[in-house]
Write a protein that binds this ligand. Sequence first.
Ligand code: SF4
Length: 371
Amino acid sequence: MAEQNSASGVSRRDFIKTCVTVSAMLGLPFGMVTRIAEAAQKDDNRPAVIWLHFQECTGCSESLLRSTHPTISSLILDLVSLDYHETLMAGSGHQAEKSLHDSMLANKGKYILVVEGAIPTKENGIFCKVSGKTALESLQKAADGALAIIAIGTCASYGGIQSVGPNPTGAVGVKDIVKDKPIINIPGCPPNPYNFLSTVLYYVTFKKLPELDPLGRPKFAYGRKIHEHCERRPHFDAGRFAKAYGDPTHAEGYCLYKLGCKGPATYANCSVQRFNDVGVWPVSVGHPCIGCTEPDILFKTAIADKVQIHEPTPFDSYAPVDLKEKGKGPDPLTTGVIGLAAGAAIGAGAMLARKLPDSPDKEEETHEKDQ
Ligand code: SF4
C-alpha cells in the first residue's frame, strides 16, 4: 500500500483511520477494514458520478469540501470518478455540457447520480433552469441512465425548505419524480460527509446498496434516534432541563428538550459521528437539534416547539430540576399541584370528620370545658 493514497494526498495512517471509522459506522467486523481499504484503492473500481444541483444552497457540497483530518472530500473524489459537478468542475458552458452528455453516454446504466437540492414542478419547472433545461428535465434525463440515485441533503430527499407551504414553486424531492430507480436518501442540513462516504464505500466494496429504512435512508446512519446517544441524555433522564439560552441551566449543559430539541424524534447519527473534524454537533455547543433529517419536523415545527415523546421515558418520574437548584424553592406548577392535592386531602378529611360521631374522649373534653 502506498504511503500516500494515490492522488488524494491523504496519508496512509489517515486513510486507514477513515476505513476503520467507516467500517464501524457500517457495523462491520474489524476484519472488513482491509477489504474496504483494498476496494477503495482499486483504480478500475471507481464508479462514475454525475452530481446535479437544483434548488439548494450548496451547503451539502460545502460540508463535504470543508472537512479535513483527513480530507474526506479528497477521499471521496479519489474514490469516484466525478464526471460532472457544477460547483467543482473547471469547465463551464458548452464544455461542461459536453462532459455531462459524454459521461451519461459512456456510462449508461452504470453511473451514480447524486442530486443536491429540490426540484420545482409548478409551471413545468421553470423556476430552476441550467443550460436552458429545467431541473425537472435534467433530472429525468440523467435518472434514465443511472444505476442508482443518491439524494444528498434534506432538499433533494424531501423537498426541504423550498417545499414548505405555500411552496410557490411546487418543490419536491427526487423520490416524488423518479419511480423506477433505487434512490438512497442522505438527509441532513447539511448531512454528515461520513454518511455519504460510507454509502459510496459500501457500494464500492460490496457492489450493492446498503439496507434502507422506510424513508430510503441507510439504516447504518439513520437507524437510531440521536437522543439515544446524546451526551446530555443523563440530564434528560434526571429531569434537568435548560430553561433559557445563556442562563445557569444552559451553561451547566442541561438537556435542551424544553428549548425545543427534536432529538427524541430524530433519526440520525449526529450524536455519534460528529461534524467539523473537532467532534462537535449542534447539541454539544448548546443549540437544540432541529430535526433536519426528518421530513415532518424541519421547517414544519418551530424551533422552540417541543416534540411529543411517545415512548415512556424516565424523566417524567423525577422532580423538576428547580426544586434542588441553588436554594430556589419549588416551581409554581409543582407547588400548585402538590398544594391542590394536599388541599383536597385536608378538605376530604374535614368532611369525613363532620360526618363521624364524636369520640368518647372528645365528649369527655367538651364536658370538662363546660364545667
Ligand atoms: S432532548 Fe435533545 S439535548 Fe436532551 S437528551 Fe435528547 S437529544 Fe440530547
